[in-house]
Design a protein around this ligand. Structure first.
Ligand code: NAP
Length: 491
């Protein structure tokens, strides 16, 4: 039973959402009597409880995926593609329901939630097309003695672990390529946002995904459950999106069975603005890069480096725009910035702001939580942020924009690369040559050049350094779920 706010009662959420584990095509309460509370971050109140999977439930999901694997892998790629395309159609047809559901459990503002639904659904469509384009290779050995035939085969049962900040898109970015490649999966969504994952499981069943091919388990014991799955020899793939800290732990866990790993981890994106940037465009880009999802995105601009000649105008402009954003319940149509995910995030960000101010920063707008119900923090802009402030060393994951000034290109590049992370970097300049040169020098898997938003299912998404391993989306995404097989042939 869901406890929906009145404004959300006519969107079909109640009918779409199940709250039990989805294993082998059936909804199961799970072995544990205990259930997990799901909160509405806009009010801090419980909206539902979901089943709490035990290790046995997790292993049952692995067994179901393993049993379903041979038939799914053998299905004609076109047929798998058609099922994925049906998933896209159904998700688009229900986009308002999904947007409101995402907003309800995650807190993001409706325009962001709508953007996420379109992005999430597109992975189904993109990989429905990739399913029939999984090409191999063929050549003659240099010796002339044999032919070299190379094929791509599904890697097997995949465990997928997703974060709360994009409850739909982080799941489809993994499920769609896995299914397109012929793999079966067990998805463990974040405990804060399980409802969207369950609604998608129901949608995929309706679209024709056979039982056991997609399983979804929620748990309050992620460590124990995932460890057990990664030590089950039937599991051959781990695809994880989340923090670098948890990613490191899981890489160690996966080492015991030498499980193939894809890791989409944390970021600390620099946003560089040169004097010759178009101020209006740079501010538009900064708002997108900083405030999409209220700053709770791995791609969020985390550190603004602005050249001295434009710094004051840029800082004033950003403070004005961020200060005007209406903060409130994400599912309220008028709201531009929803709450953070939980109280811990609010407290953490308040501490980061205090630390930056103690080290010399000035608050231009925002600065402290307003209190009351819900997990709110106002959009905040700080100038004069020093290099030792914690918020420039670490991922902020909230609506805070720290600005520092630089003078030269070399200084901008050095500051940008001074991080253990390397997911994405942004640069604004009207000089394309300079922009491309700087883009090449960034230690990052992705660059936004005069762009505040880069995510695209047709483009390879991923980071370097401690931001991850592998790529999602594009053609690269399906290859993460394939094993390359070489057959030496003579005739
Ligand atoms: P998180 O704490 O690392 O959690 C991510 C997922 O891992 C959740 O499902 C979580 O389950 C699970 N988990 C936690 N501890 C685990 C353990 N010991 N063993 C197995 N699973 C475990 O990250 P988050 O707070 O949800 O998400 C924010 C982070 O994700 C940020 O660092 C952000 O940059 C990153 N992110 C990266 C990308 C990318 O594409 N690079 C995209 C989005 C987000 P519980 O919910 O039950 O704890």
């Amino acid at each position: 039973m869901l406890k929906l706010p009145e404004s959300l009662q006519s969107f079909g959420i109640e009918e779409a959402v199940k709250t039990d584990l989805y294993i082998d095509g059936a909804w199961r309460a799970g072995a544990a009597a205990k259930r997990i509370d799901v909160l509405d971050p806009s009010t801090g109140k419980s909206i539902a409880t979901v089943a709490d999977a035990t290790v046995e439930d997790g292993i049952a999901a692995v067994k179901a995926a393993h049993d379903a694997l041979p038939a799914w892998a053998a299905m004609a790629p076109r047929q798998r593609g058609e099922i994925l395309r049906k998933c896209w159609e159904l998700m688009i047809a229900r986009s308002e329901m999904f947007a409101r559901l995402i907003s309800l459990e995650n807190g993001k503002a409706l325009p962001d939630a709508r953007g996420e639904v379109a992005y999430a659904a597109e992975f189904f469509r993109w990989f429905s097309e990739e399913a029939v384009r999984l090409n191999g290779d063929f050549s003659t050995a240099p010796s002339g003695n044999n032919k070299i035939l190379v094929t791509q085969q599904p890697i097997g049962v995949a465990v997928l672990i997703t974060p709360w900040n994009f409850p739909a898109a982080m799941a489809t970015r993994k499920i769609a390529p896995a299914l397109a490649a012929g793999c079966s999966v067990v998805l463990k969504p974040a405990t804060e946002t399980p409802l969207t994952a369950f609604a998608m499981a129901a949608l995929m069943a309706e679209a024709g995904v056979p039982k056991g091919v997609v399983n979804v388990v929620t748990t309050s014991s992620a460590g124990a459950l995932v460890s057990a799955m990664l030590h089950d020899p039937r599991v051959r793939k781990l695809s994880f999106t989340g923090s670098t800290q948890v990613g490191r732990t899981l890489l160690k866990e996966a080492a015991d069975q030498v499980i193939n790993c894809s890791m989409e981890l944390g970021g600390n994106a620099p946003f560089v603005v040169f004097d010759d940037a178009d101020l209006g465009k740079a501010l538009d880009g900064a708002m997108l890069a900083k405030m999409r999802n209220g700053g709770e995105a791995c791609t969020a601009a985390n550190r603004f480096y602005v050249q001295s000649g434009i710094a004051e105008r840029f800082s004033r402009g950003l403070a004005e725009r961020m200060g005007k954003m209406q903060v409130g319940a994400g599912y309220d149509e008028a709201v531009a910035c929803g709450p953070l995910i939980n109280q811990k995030a609010v407290d953490r960000i308040a501490d980061l702001v205090k630390d930056a101010v103690a080290k010399g920063a000035t608050v231009l707008t925002g600065g402290a939580p307003s209190g009351g119900d819900g997990f709110y923090f106002p959009p905040t802009v700080l100038t004069g942020v020093t290099g030792d402030a914690e918020m420039v060393r670490d991922e902020i994951f909230g609506p805070i924009a720290p600005i520092s000034i630089f003078e030269t290109i070399d200084e901008a590049v050095a500051l940008s690369n001074d991080s253990e992370y390397g997911l994405i970097a942004y640069v604004y300049t009207e000089d394309l040559k300079k922009g491309l040169q700087v883009a090449e020098r960034f230690e990052a898997g992705m660059v936004g050049l005069n762009r505040g938003l880069v995510s695209d299912p047709a483009a390879p998404f991923g980071g370097v350094k401690q931001s991850g391993l592998g790529r999602e989306g594009a053609h690269h995404g399906i290859l993460e779920f394939c094993e390359t097989k070489y057959i030496a042939v003579s005739w």
